[in-house]
Design a protein around this ligand. Structure first.
Ligand code: RIB
Length: 342
């Protein structure tokens, strides 16, 4: 039980106002009495200045969601689920945008301190996730839809994702089975050790298993550091670079649907057509991919289930039921009008 000012007064046999004078360093108090009171304050762990109560009052039931690449439409439906699930628990939801080159762990640490958070969700692809850096956090956290890079000790992390390697293998294999042999990819820049790397690995393996040697000049990324990686602009610029380089290819695997849509626009702007001249495949299954003309062949991530599970796991961690939990969901190949048999 919390020690109150009344307890200290009773223990010391003085009035509450005397205790108050002692702890507020008031001159109008006998020195011996003051020493006695201050000793009791220490012995009974009384926190003066109302700071204990202030601390309690400012404690918030808040979950922060840190998001890199807020412009990516992939996140909008996820966010709706997060908000609903967090509110069900009577917690509030704080959305925090992390800039492209910002250090997310530093941001998280700062928020943890300032907002007295109960938990953190790192949302999306390219978070730096070294165990050592993440271990600086003192509250539960989970990586959601972000992939878990190869080198990571998975058992030490909580995460929800699809198997990025396996799913990108699936869609590139599909392109190969359509007869494409010259398949380019719009990948993430090499510094992306996470989703970008896993999806690239899936691309390479699928090509190899179909008897096609991956070629460096078919692996393209946009070097403009100011662009968000998983964006239409990124896809547009990378595809333009690919087209301008004059390399021969018949299909593109873009590592997200936003990138695929940007790439399709670059193809139309160059006077060519999808899928007549180039097939395009993406990844994510966002609404734009479905309603784009032509609709984009993609890997549908089960985002509602993944988002619900993210919050469920986070609350298990907050309630101390688990230490870490990782869950991998299956994606589904959705064939749109952007790919054709060669
Ligand atoms: O954060 C970027 C990407 O990570 C999204 O497009 C989606 O693929 C997610 O998993």
């Amino acid at each position: 039980m919390e020690t109150t000012i009344k307890d200290i007064a009773r223990i010391c046999g003085v009035a509450v106002s005397t205790v108050s004078r002692a702890i507020n360093n008031h001159p109008d108090i006998n020195e011996e009495t003051k020493v006695l009171i201050m000793q009791a304050v220490q012995d009974y762990h009384y926190i003066p200045n109302n700071s204990a109560r202030n601390l309690k009052r400012s404690e918030s039931n808040t979950i922060a969601v840190l998001i890199k690449g807020i412009g990516n439409p992939f996140f909008s439906n996820i966010m709706k689920v997060f908000e609903k699930e967090i509110q069900k628990k009577k917690y509030s939801f704080l959305l925090h945008r992390v800039e492209e080159h910002e250090d997310e762990i530093e941001v998280a640490l700062q928020l943890e301190k300032e907002k007295r958070l109960k938990g953190i969700v790192f949302l999306g692809g390219y978070f730096l996730q070294s165990k050592e850096r993440l271990s600086k956090l003192n509250i539960p956290y989970i990586l959601s839809t972000g992939g878990v890079s190869d080198g990571t000790e998975k058992e030490s992390l909580s995460y929800v994702s699809v198997d990025d390697y396996k799913e990108s293998y699936k869609i590139v294999d599909y392109l190969c089975k359509l007869g494409h042999k010259r398949i380019a990819t719009i990948a993430a820049p090499p510094m992306d050790e996470n989703i970008g790397k896993l999806r690239l690995k899936g691309y390479r393996s699928a090509l190899k298993d179909n008897g096609i040697e991956p070629e460096q000049d078919l692996i393209c990324y946009n070097e403009d550091e100011t662009d968000q990686i998983f964006s239409m602009e990124y896809g547009y610029k990378a595809a333009k670079k690919l087209l301008d380089a004059g390399v021969f290819f018949t299909a593109i695997f873009a590592i997200s649907d936003s990138i695929a849509i940007g790439a399709a626009k670059a193809i139309f702007d160059s006077g060519k057509h999808v899928p007549e001249d180039y097939s395009i495949a993406g990844f994510d299954g966002i609404d734009y991919a479905k309603y784009y003309q032509p609709s984009i062949t993609t890997i549908q991530q089960p985002i509602e289930d993944m988002a619900t599970e993210t919050i469920r796991i986070l609350f298990d961690l907050i309630d101390g039921k688990k230490n870490t939990v990782g869950k991998i969901f299956s994606g589904e190949l959705v064939v749109g009008q952007s790919t054709k048999v060669l």
